[in-house]
Design a protein around this ligand. Structure first.
Ligand SMILES: O=C(O)CCC(=O)C(=O)O
Ligand SMILES: [Fe+2]
Length: 316
């Protein structure tokens, strides 16, 4: 099997009809396998209309091609818990991208561009559509873990903290090509929509595997919360984006997220109840978010000092 074949593509259509238990079983087997090994898979027939995906890519490209003066009209408002609106990565970071962050459609923190005029409607539709796909994935992941189908839905029951980011990666130069440095996502489940340029890579067994773009496909990765709840049964995917010479890249990342006041710890089902030690200390999600934010605002000089979920690891 070549590396390119290693990231499974899962057909979610069986979950949109009653019956087809065989199809559901096959899909769950693939997802279980992917989540147990490296936390990454792709999905087709995921419920997000292909036409909406295409329009979303178009409006994002149009927006990011505007001069800074226009983009800065969507600068974040003060008082927002996260900088919803237009941002460019600070110079001190190796990551070379600009992005537009948004909370769910009705959030008063959102600062969405009025130009192009269809931007708001398209991204709000995309956001709502991603939520539905994430809810389906959450139920599938719960079942794959052997939990009640609505377990994660109950745990993660506040939809005010989901985030979507439209990203624009600049072209690589002769000397630098970092788009998004190696990381894991801190949330539960991430859904990615990438364009045809490529550059997204996932790490498996110390090797970087490119996630080759395929029209109509969405990429799913497991985040730190699921890794902790499952006591490492499911892996939070390590991934990065490498920029391409001569090509700008556009993507959307949707973070299905937990509310900040929630406590997170390994579930007894995966630890004490089965005679295994919990691999993580209990933590408040907002504390972890603050530490991750500090990595960005005050990046440590050594990459090994960046705080990630191992900060809460219990040494055995
Ligand atoms: O742009 C992408 O494809 C990935 C973005 C990503 O990993 C992130 O924003 O956490
Ligand atoms: Fe990520």
């Amino acid at each position: 099997m070549s590396n390119l074949d290693m990231i499974p593509t899962v057909d979610l259509s069986p979950f949109f009809t009653s019956g087809d238990n065989e199809g559901k079983k096959n899909a769950k087997n693939l997802i279980h396998q992917a989540c147990s090994t490296y936390g990454f898979f792709q999905v087709v027939n995921h419920g997000v209309p292909i036409e909406l995906m295409t329009r979303a890519r178009e409006v994002s490209k149009t927006f990011f091609e505007f001069p800074d003066e226009e983009k800065l009209k969507s600068s974040p408002a003060s008082g927002s818990p996260l900088p919803a609106g237009y941002n460019k990565q600070p110079e001190h970071l190796a990551d070379k991208n600009e992005y537009l962050m948004m909370f769910p459609p009705k959030s008063t923190f959102n600062v969405l561009p009025t130009n192009p005029s269809e931007f708001k409607e398209v991204v709000e539709d995309l956001f709502s559509s991603f939520i539905k796909t994430a809810q389906l994935l959450e139920a599938i992941v719960a079942e794959c873990l052997g939990l009640p189908i609505n377990f994660l839905q109950k745990f993660n029951d506040d939809r005010n903290w989901d985030l979507m980011v439209a990203l624009h990666y600049f072209q690589a130069t002769d000397i630098e090509n970092v788009g998004n440095s190696e990381h894991e996502d801190g949330n539960l489940i991430t859904i990615l929509l990438q364009d045809e340029v490529g550059g997204l890579e996932v790490r498996k067994d110390g090797e970087w595997i490119p996630v080759t773009p395929t029209e109509g496909t969405l990429i799913v990765n497991i985040g730190d919360i699921v890794q902790v709840l499952s006591n490492d049964k499911y892996k939070s995917a390590t991934h990065r984006v490498v920029r391409t010479k001569g090509r700008d890249r556009y993507s959307y990342a949707f973070f299905y997220n937990l509310q900040p006041e929630k406590w997170v710890e390994p579930l007894p089902e995966f630890s004490t109840s089965i005679g295994e030690s919990p691999k993580y200390k209990r933590f408040l999600y907002k504390d972890y978010q603050a530490l991750r934010m500090r990595n960005k605002t005050h990046p440590p000089s050594r990459s090994e000092d960046v705080i990630n979920i191992t900060h809460y690891s219990i040494a055995n």
